[in-house]
Design a protein around this ligand. Sequence first.
Ligand code: ADP
Length: 242
Amino acid sequence: MKNDNIKLFRDGKRVDGRATDDLRPIKIEAGVLHRADGSCYLEWGGNKIMVAVYGPREAIPRHTQNHLRAIVNARYNMAAFSVEDRKRPGPDRRSREISKVISEALEKILLLEKFPRASIDVNIEVLNAEAGTRCAGLTAAGVALADAGIPMKDIPVACAAGKIEGQLVLDLGKEEDNYGDADLPVAISPRTGEILLLQMDGHLTFDEFEKALDMAIKGCNKVSELQKAAIIQKYKVELEVE
Ligand code: ADP
């Protein structure tokens, strides 16, 4: 929502001191939950997200089974304490939408034909939310799926670009998301560049859209390096312990 009293740039820098193409700080840890088949804890700016992956396992109830391939159930949930005013617990329109778009993005990259009648369950718990949680959740899901050893073509990754005060920027923060002009979350397969998720909130001209998409993809490629480093770190630690 636009608000002319709020200034999102000061001395050419964004409110949190970033340049237009800087990401917020990101920390990723793979394999943090021992009872899940794969897991990831991720901090991205003020976002704190835990992902637990289960499967492939027999899909229950049985009528949900697809005898040709596995089904993907991504479930995005925001904790009641994750936002400033307490969020009413349980699914709502927004969390159903995000669960659906993340499930569809993951379906494009997982080798589902290998596991007929199975389900792959991806639980995304947002513990602290500060804009960009669908990108952060999908990025953490990519690491957790890799940690679970589930075969996939690539590790999916997501990042948003957007427009604030008429300028294109990477990875909108909370005020930028609230008072900016547009937000463009994008998920890709970094190896092939295939787009797995693309949504847009607000308005961009076609030229701005093309530039913002390019910016988001560059952001995705940077985050992808952090995902790989987190997975390598986990298995390096395990090898050292053995
Ligand atoms: P994303 O988190 O992917 O950017 P949205 O654009 O829908 O998704 O939400 C932007 C931000 O708005 C969230 O990251 C969160 O900080 C905040 N938000 C979302 N839902 C609520 C809610 N029910 N109460 C308070 N803040 C919310």
